[in-house]
Design a protein. Structure first.
Length: 211
């Protein structure tokens, strides 16, 4: 499924992520998170209400995840983790001024093509994405076009390694693919990273967000 910027699987998924982070999320703050206007978030919220994934708290307090929404996000987190941490990887690794990170459990991925991930990020409005592989807490690789195999040499930049370890430190996965979306705003960087990550979300977890 092609993920265009607009009201799509991509923005519904990111919105649910923010509803999971904020217990009472209104249109104004959701608009800031998504890089949209407040009016543009109205159909997104209504769609997620109709899908019974979020529910209204009150007129003043906004919406929160429903029980169904909490169960859905919990299942998704077995495959994909959207990091809330803002880290910048530098011009040697990313082309935008803002970076956002999505992590995937590498043991669930047989093969990936970083060009395909970059193209998906571009469709979502970001400037591109960079893909790393964390084989252990210390061994981190910058992926080339196709994985596997891994590059012959691990990443040497200590600063970048520390930034990757910062966003993966709470994950229990043994091997992790780290997708860094990059753009001139954080919402667009995040859309790029999530769009690339969603390519690996199982079909049964995409269906609840589709019409």
């Amino acid at each position: 499924m092609s993920l265009q910027s607009g009201h799509s699987l991509l923005e519904y998924f990111i919105s649910l992520h923010h509803f999971a982070q904020d217990q009472n999320l209104g249109r104004y703050r959701l608009a800031e998170y998504l890089g949209l206007t407040k009016d543009q978030t109205r159909p997104i919220i209504q769609y997620l209400v109709d899908k019974k994934l979020i529910e209204k708290i009150s007129q003043r307090e906004g919406h929160c995840l429903s029980q169904l929404g909490r169960e859905y996000i919990s299942k998704c987190q077995n495959y994909i983790h959207i990091s809330p941490i803002h880290v910048f990887f530098g011009s040697d690794f990313t082309v935008g001024s803002k970076d956002a990170v999505v992590c995937l459990e590498a043991t669930e991925i047989e093969q990936l093509n970083t060009v395909v991930l970059r193209d998906e990020a571009l469709l979502a409005g970001s400037k591109g994405c960079t893909v790393f592989f964390q084989e252990s807490k210390k061994e981190i690789f910058l992926l080339n076009v196709i994985y596997p195999p891994l590059p012959s040499s691990p990443l040497s930049s200590r600063k970048v390694k520390k930034r990757i370890q910062k966003v993966t430190q709470d994950l229990l996965w043994e091997k992790i693919v780290v997708i860094v979306g990059t753009a001139d705003t954080f919402p667009l960087a995040q859309k790029g990273a999530v769009a690339a990550g969603l390519l690996f979300l199982p079909g049964e977890l995409k269906r609840p967000l589709l019409p």
